[in-house]
Design a protein around this ligand. Structure first.
Ligand SMILES: [Zn+2]
Length: 157
């Protein structure tokens, strides 16, 4: 089957002129149901994105996603941020409470150790973490940017 080249199709060329485009462009399909919008991205970057628990997805690797991005979760007057579906997160989801989400390391919150245990992050497991000092060191030295090398946040494909 031969498909007529659209750039020979006069009505389209006329339309293109009216739109003020001289060159043929390419389309990037955007689906706001599945891809985060610009304003969502902006709030996520700031770490101030409010999100209902039913809009969150738990990925197979137990990290948390919204549309096509991973993210961390916290909530008002909570000192930790969560990277996986740990007990605290699951409990809150169960209560259908909302969360605050973000993409960059929060300055005032420390990472949840339960989440890191769940992911066996950095070779951490429940047995080793009985040594409290070790868990504390990992928590203190945790860099989200390092975590994201293993679990890229955005965009998820
Ligand atoms: Zn957690």
């Amino acid at each position: 089957m031969r498909i007529k080249a659209f750039n020979d199709f006069e009505p389209f060329n006329k339309l293109r002129k009216e739109m003020g485009t001289d060159e043929l462009g390419s389309f990037e399909l955007f689906d706001p149901q599945r891809q985060i919008t610009y304003s969502e991205r902006e709030l996520l970057e700031l770490g101030t994105f409010g999100i209902e628990s039913n809009r969150l997805k738990i990925l197979k690797d137990k990290t948390i996603a919204f549309k096509n991005t991973r993210l961390w979760l916290t909530w008002p007057s909570h000192e930790e941020f969560h990277l996986a579906a740990c007990e605290q997160v699951q409990k809150r989801r169960h209560l259908k409470s909302s969360f605050i989400a973000g993409l960059n390391q929060p300055a005032d919150n420390r990472v949840c150790i339960e989440c890191l245990l769940l992911l066996k992050y950095d070779g951490l497991d429940a047995r080793r973490s009985r040594r409290l000092d070790l868990a504390e060191t990992i928590q203190k030295e945790f860099k989200l940017i390092e975590f994201q090398k293993e679990y890229p946040f955005y965009p998820l494909v």
